[in-house]
Design a binder for this molecule. Structure first.
Ligand code: FAD
Length: 453
């Protein structure tokens, strides 16, 4: 019997571990619910629900292939080797197959499993090009995104992007009892705005390719529009693979990789950012522990005022766009990319609050909360990261508002008390907790420790 250990790869197609295990013999799937680990990793309640819903769909899809899915609960990763040992004994497991993950705790978990003498084989399908494989001529990690992207594109053009098919039907094993009534034991918040399953993800992707991708370049920065794919949660939990996404894009737009000015290229560019941050994590595992990428940033003195932080979290800063964004996050579990940049900049530069506070808050609330992308985004905005925003670039929340929400449509949706304000006035602060010009000067002063030399 072969065991396929599902983690953030909750799909049946383009799943290397599942596909190759099924070539070898009868297969059983397993998923570990780890409430203690999830708490520790700040898994959002909406993510717990999304996992549960996707496990239900996955279990049905696997059942149709003749593969049972076991759901096991352990407090945290440290209990997995012992539980796997028992399962190996009970079910005569020959090999455990799983897809590799880039984060430090996940890597340590897998090492502990191997150290316990369990036959774990790891496959690569989290990224299109294996995390850590796109290297400079000197064999190091690219520290500039554009250079990374150019090398990535060159490699991808020579790579077969055809996704692996679903495995063939298996002969069901009679001695494995199937998990019924899947329910994960964690605080949960409904994820129904993101219908679960690979088919739903593919539908979303295809809708985006048909309707939106050609306008992506123009619409992606306007939060009142539905101009982006909305695929991040599916990519986070591997309900769809990044390779499948790019494969489908290129099937519809075969020249996209060579059309750098096109909208389609700019969407693929975002998928490359995802890969960039995962590569970064392999080369700098300490990022997982909350370390600044730029060591000079260790010298920044943060103000860390708890009242300011609370006002930011609750969408009460007095700046309409910032407040609307935070309320969008609190109410829906998602935030538009432009607004993630605006709110992160506001927290770290206007309020001089440590980016780690904001990073944690995002993770506790986002449906797509992901260590690599969230850390990358926060360190970019806080100017502490790799190829980050220069420290002296400080978003002016009023100008951002005028530019990206000119008619205040997005602001009015979430900050009802500003409904009566006209299109001009709505961008200006009301009872703001900081004044922009002074905050900017304070930030320039505190951040001056990042000046080189
Ligand atoms: C401060 C901050 C925090 C962020 N935290 C996360 C996070 O926890 N999880 C997350 O998936 N993304 C994060 N992002 C990136 C980005 O905001 C989201 O991926 C995007 O808003 C998701 O919406 P979408 O799927 O419609 O994106 P689209 O615009 O349709 O992009 C397609 C896909 O590309 C990837 N992507 C897009 N932008 C980025 C980016 N800047 N970095 C890495 N990958 C990207 C995502 O997987 C996304 O689904 C963060 C960005 C910032 C500035």
């Amino acid at each position: 019997m072969h065991l396929v250990w599902f983690r953030n790869d909750l799909r049946t197609s383009d799943n290397s571990a599942l596909y190759y295990a099924c070539l070898k013999g009868p297969v059983t799937g397993i998923y570990f619910v780890t409430p203690g680990q999830w708490k520790n990793h700040q898994l959002a309640p909406i993510q717990a629900d999304f996992i549960e819903q996707n496990l239900k769909v996955l279990a049905e899809e696997l059942a149709a292939l003749g593969i049972p899915l076991l759901i096991e609960e352990v407090a945290d990763f440290s209990h997995i080797p012992a539980r796997l040992k028992q399962i190996q004994k009970d079910h005569h497991i020959n090999t455990i197959h799983a897809n590799d993950e880039p984060e430090i705790n996940e890597k340590e978990r897998d090492q502990a499993v191997k150290k316990a003498g369990l036959p774990l084989v790891l496959y690569q399908c989290d990224c299109i090009l294996q995390a850590g494989s796109v290297l400079t001529k000197q064999g190091g990690m690219y520290k500039v995104f554009t250079a990374f992207r150019n090398a990535w594109m060159k490699e991808v053009k020579q790579t077969d992007l055809t996704p692996l098919p679903k495995p063939a039907d298996q002969m069901p094993s009679l001695n494995v009892s199937w998990s019924k009534n899947i329910s994960v034991n964690y605080d949960k918040k409904s994820s129904q705005a993101w219908p679960a399953g690979e088919t739903a993800a593919l539908r979303r992707l295809r809708h985006f390719l048909l309707q939106d991708i050609e306008d992506y370049h123009h619409n992606r920065d306007i939060p009142s529009l539905d101009g982006t794919s909305g695929l991040s949660a599916y990519l986070k939990f591997g309900v769809i693979s990044a390779k499948r996404c790019v494969y489908e894009v290129l099937a519809a737009f075969p020249d996209a990789l060579d059309a750098q000015d096109s909208s389609v290229f700019s969407w693929i560019n975002e998928i490359v950012w995802r890969e960039f941050y995962r590569h970064l994590m392999i080369f700098n595992p300490q990022l997982c522990k909350g370390k600044n990428f730029n060591k000079l940033a260790d010298n920044i003195t943060w103000s860390n005022n708890p009242d300011d932080f609370k006002a930011w979290c609750e969408g009460r800063t007095g700046y309409g766009l910032v407040d609307a964004a935070m309320r969008q996050l609190n109410q829906t579990g998602w935030m538009h990319n432009r607004l993630r940049m605006v709110t992160a900049s506001f927290l770290t530069k206007h309020l001089l609050i440590d980016w780690r506070w904001g990073e944690a808050y995002f993770r506790e609330h986002l449906i797509d909360g992901d260590l690599a992308s969230n850390n990358g985004g926060w360190q970019w905005a806080a100017s502490t990261g790799c190829d980050a925003q220069p420290y002296f670039r400080i978003f002016n929340p009023i100008i951002q508002s005028q530019k990206f929400d000119p008619k205040g449509l997005f602001i009015r949706k979430y900050v009802k008390e500003l409904n009566g304000f006209d299109n001009k006035k709505i961008h200006f602060p009301v009872n703001a907790i900081v004044e922009h010009k002074q905050a900017r000067l304070n930030a320039l002063d505190r951040y001056s420790v990042l000046k080189k030399g």
